[in-house]
Structure formats: structure tokens, C-alpha cells
Design a protein around this ligand. Structure first.
Ligand SMILES: Cc1cc2nc3c(=O)[nH]c(=O)nc-3n(C[C@H](O)[C@H](O)[C@H](O)COP(=O)(O)OP(=O)(O)OC[C@H]3O[C@@H](n4cnc5c(N)ncnc54)[C@H](O)[C@@H]3O)c2cc1C
Length: 368
């Protein structure tokens, strides 16, 4: 994986960052090498591996020095398609998995809406059953892989829920690109993660076949909640691995750059700063690996995953600030990878559950 990233990913990231997308040929290449189906059953072309194999994929992809490339790939492999093996029928798996594993069907996850993000139970996109279709109306925003994707794992409201139980009545659907009434209304312009495309989507009476309901009608919130631990662990992995790369880049820079007659690496103030950041990263790594092991073993891990996501993404942002600072003016220049890292990593205390929401979850488990 590392050799592949060095040879076939890193040399292209500048081009993909500028284009605002990763090319189709890259998805196919990932598929050809088996990287898009690490955990899927072998009968559908997968490798039958476990979550730790996916962690390796996340860590190595994140070292390519483009957060957006890693984000796009891991949204496909970890933040959307696993719902298909978890909740999909055999017919759904047979229909979609081979294309997903081959890199021909690019996946996206559509939960967030213009009016609600953290408060998932407040979503208003509606799906109303009419015979053998559900008609979907509403909009989604900030959807990664949303502009150029093929298959959307979409959350919509099929029931009303009640004021006390707002999370009831949400369902998940597999929505194919190209259905009537489904449009990509905007490609969003972002601070960082530029190589990943991000969309606003509109649905107007979009007819989704009833057989594309994913899992149980009305249980979508619970299904999504169960998958969030995987998504959050992976978010923590991506932030941690990119920060580790940025710290290595900074150490190399300090060795090379001279000031006042000696390499900056000789300055104790900077050496101690590096020591502190390396220690923080090591602590983050221990938390993240611990959470990943619990998740892989199928154990209860909501608190541990929330702590890992909170700590790793906040540490990664501290690394970003200091990495830019220690590069001086060059840290502010587009041609230096730490500049892009600082823009990319800002996302990780926001997406996949904000730091505030992670604290809420942890606090609830402490006080209840
Ligand atoms: C680049 C990018 C890619 C994304 N990709 C996807 C994707 O593929 N699919 C998808 O569905 N979503 C995606 N998202 C959405 C992302 O998950 C949400 O932005 C995130 O969950 C936060 O929701 P919000 O933006 O609506 O913020 P809000 O929920 O409006 O929060 C605003 C602020 O209020 C704070 N806040 C909210 N509630 C509380 C509370 N109870 N206590 C204390 N503070 C609180 C938040 O922490 C935050 O600081 C993406 C976002 C970005 C920016």
C-alpha cells in the first residue's frame, strides 16, 4: 500500500487538487489492486479482510499529502459502502457490490441537509411510498463524492416520528445517479480537501424503487448510528496519519533550513515543540488503535471512538498550526505540503461529528 501511494498517488495529487476531483482511471486502478473491497466477501470480488485492513488503507492513503484524495477514497470504502453488507439484501449486494469493488460505482453518503447536520434526527428530506417506488423530495448538502458519484446512501424521512422520539421514521435508501428529479445543484467550493468533490443535491419527487430501501423502514437512524463508530474511527485515522506525515515533513525542513549559522533543528525551542507534538501524536495513536481494536472485535466502543476522534483531530490541528509556523513564510506557500495539510485537516474537527458533539457523547456516558 505504501509503495503504491508513493508511486501512483503522491506524484498526482497536485494535479487532482487543482482539478477538484480524482479521475475515474484512479478509481479503477484502486479496484484492480483490490483496495476498494478489503472487507467485502470474496464472492463479490472483495478480499474478505477485517477492519484493521481498512485502517491500513486509511493510514497509507492519508500520507499521500492530499487530504481530499484520502477522504474521497475512504468515504467510498468506509463511510458509505459498508452499509450495504451490513444491511443490504442479497439481491442488493449482488447488484451493487461488484461495481463498488471494481471502482466503477463510486459511493457517497447523504445525511447532512442545508438546515441540519449535527442534529441528524431533524432531517426533513421526505420519502413517500407510492406503489413500488418511494418518491423522494428534499435536499442534501456537503456530500463528498456527490458531484461525480454513482450510488448515494441517502437518509430520508418515511414516518413522522414524535416530538420525543424524533429519530423514528428515518430510512436509508440506495439512490442511483441519473434518476428523474435528482440533480446535483451545486459543486461546493471549499477551503481544503480540494481533490474531493463536494455537492449540494436536490430531489424533487425522485422515484426510488422500493427494493432500494436499505435495511428496515423507519430504522435508518439506528442503522446510521451503528455505522458512525466506523466512520469516526476512520476520520481519526485520516487526521492522525496526515498529521504524522506533516510532522515528518517539518522535521526534515528544520534539518535543512539554516538560520543564525546553524540548522533550525539545533534550536531547543523548536526541538521541544517537535517533542511535544510527537508525544501528542503518539497518545492519539494509542487512543485511535484502541478504539479500532474494540470496533474490530465487535465490542461496545462509542465512548472510546468519540474520545479517539476528539483527541486525534484536535491534536492534528495543533500539529497543523505549528508545522506552518516552523516552516516560516514557506509554510504559507501553496507549493509546500504543510500549507495544504493545514487547510485539509481543519475539516476533521467538524465532519463525521464535531468536537462539541464528541464531548456531548463522552459527557453523557460519564454523567448517566
Ligand atoms: C468538506 C465536508 C464534507 C462533508 N461530507 C459529508 C458527507 O459526505 N455526507 C454527509 O452527510 N455530510 C457530510 N459533511 C457534513 C458534516 O458531517 C457536518 O458539517 C457536520 O456534521 C456538522 O454539521 P453542520 O455543518 O450542520 O453544523 P451544525 O450542526 O449546524 O453545528 C454548528 C456548530 O454548533 C455546534 N453544535 C451543534 N450542536 C451542538 C450541541 N448540542 N452542543 C454544543 N455545540 C453544538 C457544532 O459543534 C458546530 O460547532 C461534510 C462536511 C464538510 C464540511
Amino acid at each position: 500500500m505504501r509503495a503504491f501511494v508513493d508511486k501512483e498517488v503522491t506524484p498526482h495529487v497536485a494535479e487532482w487538487e487543482a482539478a477538484g476531483r480524482i479521475p475515474r482511471s484512479f478509481w479503477k486502478r484502486l479496484g484492480e489492486l483490490g483496495f476498494l473491497g478489503l472487507e467485502f466477501p470474496t464472492e463479490f470480488g472483495g478480499a474478505g479482510g477485517d477492519f484493521l485492513a481498512s485502517i491500513v488503507l486509511g493510514e497509507e492513503m492519508a500520507r499521500c499529502r492530499s487530504g481530499g484524495v484520502a477522504f474521497s477514497v475512504l468515504v467510498h470504502t468506509d463511510m458509505s459502502s459498508p452499509w450495504l453488507t451490513r444491511y443490504g439484501t442479497e439481491a442488493q449486494q449482488r447488484k451493487y457490490l461488484p461495481g463498488i469493488v471494481a471502482g466503477e460505482t463510486v459511493c457517497a453518503l447523504g445525511i447532512t441537509e442545508p438546515g441540519t447536520g449535527s442534529d441528524m434526527a431533524a432531517l426533513t428530506t421526505r420519502a413517500v411510498r407510492h406503489g413500488d417506488v418511494y418518491r423522494i423530495t428534499g435536499s442534501k448538502t456537503f456530500i463528498t463524492n456527490g458531484v461525480y458519484g454513482d450510488l448515494y446512501f441517502l437518509a430520508a424521512r418515511t414516518g413522522s416520528g414524535t416530538a420525543q422520539r424524533r429519530h423514528e421514521g428515518i430510512s436509508m435508501f440506495l439512490v442511483e445517479r441519473g434518476l428523474p428529479g435528482f440533480t446535483v445543484s451545486r459543486k461546493l467550493d471549499k477551503t481544503g480537501m480540494r481533490a474531493s468533490d463536494t455537492a449540494e443535491l436536490a430531489f424533487q419527487d425522485c422515484p426510488v424503487p422500493a427494493e432500494n430501501l436499505l435495511g428496515v423502514e423507519g430504522r435508518g437512524f439506528q442503522q446510521l448510528a451503528a455505522g458512525l463508530q466506523r466512520e469516526r474511527t476512520m476520520a481519526a485515522v485520516l487526521a492522525l496519519a496526515a498529521a504524522s506525515q506533516a510532522l515528518e515533513d517539518t522535521v526534515a525542513y528544520l534539518r535543512e533550513r539554516h538560520a543564525f549559522g546553524e540548522p533550525l533543528a539545533q534550536r531547543q525551542a523548536l526541538r521541544h515543540r517537535i517533542a511535544d507534538l510527537a508525544t501528542d501524536l503518539e497518545a492519539a495513536r494509542a487512543l485511535v488503535y484502541h478504539a479500532a481494536m474494540l470496533y474490530a472485535a465487535g465490542e461496545e466502543c462509542v465512548k472510546e471512538v468519540s474520545m479517539a476522534k476528539l483527541f486525534a483531530t484536535e491534536v492534528a490541528n495543533r500539529v497543523a498550526y505549528q508545522a506552518v509556523q516552523m516552516h516560516g513564510g514557506y509554510g504559507y506557500m501553496r507549493e509546500f505540503p504543510v500549507e495544504g495539510f493545514a487547510r485539509d485537516v481543519r475539516l476533521w474537527t467538524i465532519a463525521s461529528g464535531t468536537s462539541e458533539i464528541m464531548r456531548e457523547i463522552i459527557a453523557r456516558r460519564i454523567f448517566e
